[in-house]
Design a protein around this ligand. Structure first.
Ligand code: NAD
Length: 497
């Protein structure tokens, strides 16, 4: 059985944890490892290591930071399969999907390799006679990153490379459900030349998170997880004067207009609805079928679902793995039952799905509901499982009103061949990431990732220019060097330039 412990000051922690958690193999249902849970004092040790490292790392030249980032990129790239295997073993997603997650993380590392350009700022000569002005951006110090279970490699990589490249030291608290990917990344960063203590990993639950939120030496918190916890993290972190970006849950709608290409829309709905067993914050969970597209679209989705092979993510040929835990699987099954009880029509019921795997794995096959209405819990709640709901509406206006009335605003997509309608949707919809004939519009690393409304608390999205902004503080310098124009003491504000 694997023993997973914290990674502090460049090495595995040598303490004894008062509490531990189980790490499962979701495809067998067996406990595969034990992970140490940090107490507040353990978190304090990690923060202290980060404070020491931060004093050194903030002075490292941009050239040095860039070299470390390039070396880290080479290591992750060379070992991408190893990292994907770690993700699949603890999360359950199929290997090809885990490889895709690693790829997206790599893209953020590559973005951070350009830190010299990203930190370049403005300079104005002669803002007044003999006076120049320029802005600089400096690291915050020690920053915390708290990540969810569903992207154990990618979400830490949304933040850590940018934070580190900006000159910060990091304490990362990954999900206790799949903690190993974070430790691998921290080990590889040290191998790439990152000084000890610049990236520390602590495992655990609420106790560890609260300790980070309350610690006076933690300057900022980057959180990704469910909406109630994101709101809590934002409120508690900002109450302590920290800068907080807290990305929350989602309920992503895909609007299909009558002129859409049905095959394209059905392919998209199936891959975006059931990829990673629906455990993606950008998963499509509601298809809004605008009359009269419903019948044809549902039939096209149903046909494609029959080809999905559910099974152990490590086995070749499986398209969809198990859910992350038994508790979560049972919760999602509860939603399927609630949908039926509320009168939605189960076109495909995943509870009976044939599975290529162990009987005790956390399985649920893909499920499709038709005639879902906005009052049903399968519509109102984020299910985070392989359950796709179809809501039928009479017009584009009804569709956009429904999406905008939803409390979440992470991602959305519209499928149409009408450029004017697509453009109108992109303009009117109150969602942070919009796809036009693209079901999962995840921005590339050089754009920023984040939703609106209850999908994000705080002002700053992840990575891209907003990420660099989040992990730095701005300073403006006004300078004058003695020259013959120096005119002696003047107690007033300058009136002549
Ligand atoms: P979660 O909110 O349960 O946990 C996220 C993190 O918070 C974990 O590190 C966990 O240990 C910690 N945590 C859990 N309960 C806590 C508590 N009471 N107090 C303090 N900390 C606590 O989320 P999850 O189940 O790991 O991940 C799935 C959720 O994340 C979904 O809601 C999904 O939409 C969301 N998510 C959002 C995005 C996004 O970009 N908006 C991306 C990925 C996942």
């Amino acid at each position: 059985m694997r023993q997973i412990t914290h990674f502090i000051d460049g090495k595995p922690w040598d303490g004894v944890a008062a509490r531990q958690g189980d790490v499962y193999d979701p495809a067998t249902g067996a406990v595969a490892g034990k992970v140490d849970f940090a107490s507040a004092a353990d978190v304090g040790g990690a923060v202290a290591a980060a404070v020491r490292a931060s004093a050194v790392w903030r002075e490292a030249s941009i050239a040095k930071r860039t070299q470390v980032m390039f070396a880290f990129r080479e290591i992750v790239n060379a070992r991408r399969d190893e990292l994907a295997a770690v993700v699949t073993a603890e999360h359950g997603k199929v290997l090809s999907d885990a490889a895709g997650e690693v790829q997206r993380g790599l893209e953020v590392i590559e973005y951070a390799c350009g830190i010299g350009t990203l930190l370049r700022s403005g300079f104005n000569e002669s803002v007044s006679t003999g006076v120049d002005s320029y802005s600089i951006r400096q690291p915050l110090g020690v920053v915390a990153v708290i990540s969810p279970f569903n992207f154990p490699a990618m979400v830490p990589l949304w933040f850590v490379p940018v934070a580190v490249a900006c000159g910060n030291a990091v304490v990362l608290k990954p999900s206790e459900k799949d903690p190993s990917a974070s430790v691998k990344l921290a080990e590889w960063f040290v191998e790439a030349g990152l000084p000890q203590g610049v990236l520390n990993v602590v495992h655990g639950d609420k106790e560890a998170v609260d300790a980070l939120l309350d610690h006076p030496d933690v300057r900022s918190v980057s959180f990704v997880g469910s909406t109630p916890i994101a709101r809590y993290v934002y409120e508690r972190g900002t109450a302590h004067g920290k800068r907080v970006q807290a990305l929350g849950g989602a309920k992503n709608h895909m609007v299909v207009l009558p002129d859409a290409d049905i095959d394209l829309a059905a392919d998209a709905a199936v891959s975006a609805g059931f990829g990673s067993a629906g455990e993606r914050c950008m998963a499509i969970s509601v298809v809004v079928a605008v009359d009269p597209v419903g019948d044809d679209l549902i039939e096209a989705i149903r046909t494609r679902m029959a080809a999905i092979r559910t099974g152990d993510g490590r086995r070749p040929g499986c398209d969809m793995g198990p859910l992350v835990s038994r508790v979560h699987r049972d919760k999602v099954v509860g939603y399927v039952e609630a949908g039926m009880a509320a009168g939605a029509h189960a076109v495909v019921d995943g509870r009976g799905a044939e599975v290529d795997g162990e009987p005790d794995g956390f399985w649920l096959g893909p499920t499709l509901f038709d005639h879902v209405t906005p009052d049903m819990s399968i519509y109102t709640d984020e299910i985070f499982g392989p359950v796709l709901s179809v809501v039928r509406v009479g017009s584009y206006a009804e569709a956009v009103d429904m999406v905008n009335a939803n409390p979440y605003g992470n991602g959305t997509a519209i499928f149409t061949n009408d450029g004017g309608a697509a453009r109108r949707y992109q303009h009117e919809v109150e969602v942070g990431m919009v796809g036009i004939n693209v079901p999962i519009p995840v921005p590339m690393a050089y754009f920023s990732f984040g939703g609106w409304k209850s999908s994000l608390f705080g002002d700053t999205h992840a990575h891209g220019a907003e990420g660099v902004h989040f992990f730095t503080r701005g300073k403006v310098v006004t300078s004058r060097w003695l020259d013959p124009s120096h005119g002696g003491v003047n107690l007033g504000f300058p009136t002549q330039h």
